[in-house]
Design a binder for this molecule. Structure first.
Ligand code: IYR
Length: 224
């Protein structure tokens, strides 16, 4: 390594192997109950939960530590309604012709369609933007690196943090998403990546059986 400013890395607890194994099992038990939820309760959720989850997301590994993300948190009924109108218009085009038959067949077991009432029911819509340019200091316009990877990891950590707080989420991806820049007052240099719908699940929420079928370890990994 070349000389650079350093600090000792002492924050990781030195668990025993048994503790590590137990914790790995416990975490899997927690995270395996995460589901994409399409039925939300209108109940309010404290803003502090969202703030802490966003701070957790902001610790994600990323290119050159430029942290190339922005989270626009929509809470106003007017903005949610406007987002729903725009998203449903695009979803109608998608489901009524733009999407290939193969794509629609793949979505069939999820039961999704162009109706997105949850966009007005859930207490929070977090619109996630990727910054192609930025850097570390506010106002910087440097090149950012590994932007999609960085924002993808941060989004995964955000979903995980919200799940850990007992909240349901849905990654919603209207296509195309350009309308989100204006709606959220974000510059054209930022690319909207997805809308994360956040809240409590409705008491009668259901999940598609299809979504519960997870590939076993021997299919998702190889050991060399
Ligand atoms: N964006 C659409 C379609 C959609 C696409 C995939 I791939 C999904 O896993 C789910 C939905 C929608 O939100 O309905």
């Amino acid at each position: 390594m070349k000389p650079h400013d350093t600090l000792p890395y002492t924050q990781l607890p030195d668990y025993s192997d048994a503790e590590r194994i137990a914790r790995a099992h416990d975490f899997y038990e927690t995270i395996k109950t995460r589901r994409s939820c399409r039925y939300f309760a209108p109940d309010p959720v404290p803003r502090e939960v969202i703030e802490q989850a966003l701070l957790a997301a902001g610790t994600a590994p990323n290119g050159a530590n430029h942290q190339p993300w922005h989270f626009a948190v929509i809470t106003s009924a007017e903005k949610k309604a406007a987002l729903r109108v725009a998203a449903e218009e695009e979803e109608r085009a998608f489901y009524d012709g733009k999407a290939s038959d193969e794509w629609l067949d793949a979505l069939d077991p999820l039961g999704t369609d162009a109706d997105k009432p949850f966009l007005e029911i859930a207490p929070y819509l977090i619109v996630i933007f990727a910054q192609r340019k930025g850097g570390i200091e506010p106002g910087d316009a440097k090149q950012n690196y590994y932007v999609n990877e960085s924002v993808g990891i941060a989004t995964g950590m955000l979903i995980t943090a919200l799940h850990d707080a007992g909240l349901a989420t849905l990654t919603h991806t209207p296509n195309p998403m350009k309308f989100l820049n204006e709606l959220c007052d974000r510059p054209a240099t930022e690319k909207p990546m997805m809308v994360l719908v956040v809240g409590k699940p409705a008491p009668d929420a259901t999940i598609p059986v299809h979504a519960t079928l997870k590939k076993p370890l021997d299919q998702i990994s190889s050991w060399l």
